[in-house]
Design a protein around this ligand. Structure first.
Ligand SMILES: C[S@@+](CC[C@H](N)C(=O)[O-])C[C@H]1O[C@@H](n2cnc3c(N)ncnc32)[C@H](O)[C@@H]1O
Length: 368
């Protein structure tokens, strides 16, 4: 392999959407509303402030923006992160073939006005795309920060609320038809409390879809229990990963330590389904292990394209996790830069078939 970086993977025939911030609907930084700007009307597919959020939405650290509402979530909230999350979203959609794994159609058919809540909605792309597919339903995305677009790209039936979901969900009991929550692991200390809130707001028979914790691994294992057993021996990584991509494994171990230090759960991907089970309000949990290649090492066209996208995502992960690790572990930035360089050396080596596994779960409230 020659050279490194995403550009070398960019084929001309690639239909991968470009998330160039200058050309996308995220391009106007003005939508990152400042605290002195009054909130827009909740009726216009836009943002609403709720009672728990009266602080400035962003703070700056080392050239990146972060949410200023609370300290639990320490990944950035800026244009670069919007780009990364959107790329990751598209990679997942391409791999799965759609935006969810669960009986969404079944839950949204019938009378109009069914309610879908996307908790920790990030850039809002999931709510926008699924909202477009189901115009008769109402979609609400909740996030700590207003990093969602508020222009014509947002369908009429989609709106965004700025709120901290650890303070409770601002909806009545039994009022929501579907809750979607994807990759909140870096922001939630108390998953049992969040699951209790989700169980409260969902209608009986409501659908809960969740994905927590992406496991970086090497090879082509597909069995969650096998990965779990392997990771238990190696703390937060697998023997597989240490053998084939030690730079990635060392970085995962480091970020896992930072998670633990911050009171977050690096094993949330395994533990959240157990939390949902223990909550007792839900029926059988259906799980699909979705594997995304972290670089274009596959010769299969879709996998290769997903690999290109995930390379663009993964190559930003060390930078995005910098504050999480450096502050969390009180680490010297130069030392962290060495971890990041070893991570990138592995990612750039297409002989290393590195994947990230997203276990996707769905369950029904009240089902036996
Ligand atoms: C890794 S991103 C995932 C975004 C989106 N779910 C996705 O899959 O693309 C996590 C998101 O959760 C949000 N978040 C973290 N803690 C939160 C909290 N307590 N309340 C609301 N949003 C939160 C962050 O602001 C961030 O946008």
């Amino acid at each position: 392999m020659t050279g490194s970086g995403y550009d070398q993977y960019h084929d001309d025939d690639d239909d991968t959407p470009s998330f160039d911030p200058r050309s996308s609907s995220y391009g106007d930084l003005n939508f990152l509303r400042r605290p002195d700007t009054p909130p827009r009307s909740p009726t216009g597919s836009s943002f609403t402030f709720t009672s728990s959020m009266h602080t400035a939405p962003f703070r700056e650290d080392g050239g990146r923006l972060y949410n200023a509402a609370q300290d639990d979530y320490s990944l950035p909230a800026d244009m670069q992160e919007i780009n990364r999350l959107n790329i990751q979203h598209v990679a997942y959609r391409k791999r799965v073939g759609q935006n969810y794994i669960g009986p969404v159609d079944e839950h949204l058919q019938g009378q109009p006005g069914k309610k879908v809540l996307d908790i920790g909605c990030g850039t809002g792309l999931w709510a926008i795309e699924v909202g477009r597919a189901f115009p008769q339903a109402e979609f609400i995305g909740i996030d700590l920060v207003p990093i969602q677009p508020n222009d014509d790209e947002v369908p009429e039936n989609v709106s965004f609320v700025q709120d901290d979901v650890t303070k409770g969900l601002p909806y009545p009991d039994d009022s929501i038809d579907i809750v979607h929550a994807r990759l909140l692991v870096a922001g939630i200390r108390d998953f049992p409390a969040l699951v209790r809130e989700i169980a409260r707001v969902l209608k009986p028979g409501g659908l809960y879809m969740f994905i927590e914790g992406g496991f970086l691994d090497a090879g082509d294992r597909r069995d969650l229990d096998q990965i779990k057993a392997d990771m238990a021996r190696q703390q937060n990584t697998s023997e597989n990963l240490w053998r084939l991509a030690p730079g990635v494994a060392a970085w995962v171990e480091l970020t896992s330590k930072a998670f633990t230090k911050r009171g977050l759960d690096p094993q949330a991907g395994f533990n959240v389904p157990e939390t949902v089970r223990k909550n007792g309000s839900f029926g059988k949990i259906h799980t699909t292990l979705v594997d995304l290649p972290m670089s274009p090492w596959s010769t299969e066209p879709t996998m290769r394209q997903v690999g290109k996208l995930m390379y663009a995502d993964g190559s930003q992960m060390p930078e995005a996790s910098k504050l999480l690790v450096i502050d969390g572990l009180n680490m010297n930035p130069n030392e962290y830069a060495e971890y990041s360089a070893r991570f990138m050396a592995d990612l750039n080596d297409l002989r290393k078939k590195i994947v990230i596994m997203f276990p996707a779960h769905f369950t029904i409230k009240g089902a036996s």
